[in-house]
Design a protein around this ligand. Sequence first.
Ligand SMILES: [Mn+2]
Length: 353
Amino acid sequence: MEQKSKFEKNLYDLFTKTPEIPLHNEDSYVIFSDLHLGDGGGKDDFAKNAKLFKKILKSFYWKKEFNLVLNGDIEDLQKFTLHSIITRWKKVYSLFKKFQAANKLIKIIGNHDYNLVFINKRYPLKIHQAVKLNYQQYNLFLYHGHQAHHFLEKYNTLFGYIVRFIIKPLGINNYSTAYDSKKKFQVESNAYRFSSKFKLISIIGHTHRPLFESLSKVDTIKFEIEKLCRVYTTASIQGKAEIKNKIALLKEEMLYFNNKNPKLGLRSSLYNSNMLVPCLFNSGCGVGKRGITALEISQGKIFLVYWFNGNKNQKYNEYNVHQPERLGQTDFYRLIIKEETLDYIFARIELLS
Ligand SMILES: [Mn+2]
């Protein structure tokens, strides 16, 4: 028998013990991860997006009858006590409870809120380790993602104490970024290999980097540039000018991103296969400076969306197919960054992996 590596065994065990929920075309799910709720103070990463988050839950996802999936690291128990979090974000919890009462909440644990497993008697929400959505003969496997890195899984509690009692008092603020790009890369590439091997879609969080069909933003831009270069040769004079413009914008976007994450940028072509299998998705995070990313599943399709405050003079990609849509009379906008049908994605997973 083939020897399973440690991460693969972790994920395989998790997969086999996770219950299945049937996914029909009329079902809608929204998946958020890594909100990092804190005590509302200066070190609370969620605070700046709190208003936006509450509004979109209430006025968009609840109204449209979405199921709400919270895919890990919702509370930051490595920095704050549960009591301080629940006290500060009462309104957020009453929204969560509203979804739960309607049987529309799936709360999955991550590494920052792992201790909920031990204190769940006082905790108002039901906790899952992972969830499987069963679509025809295929599965979408939803888990936070830290399980794809065995060190973090095993020493998580210890790591939590180190952060809370050693790093935090020292005033080292962004320990999350200390969770460096090499480990992010490892988590993504392990989750990718696992999903590809077992022909499923994995939906993770944890690395804070949105992925759609196994592609990061930089990967997507590269493919887009290549595609445009091909079209360029046969385009009209006007078409050529437009393509040139578009490529310049894309290059600027890529440079911006690479400067921000120099190591990640270089490592963006993660998956050492020639055939990229579109099996890995990541909802990104809720602590972005400029907004919140999420994955949506509805009517047999999956979407990567970006919610932001239009007042903050948002710069959104001008090469996007979609225009941002305003949420009622609010300052908040929803932009579809990517979309694809599950049928097409699973067909490619079946054929390419
Ligand atoms: Mn995490």
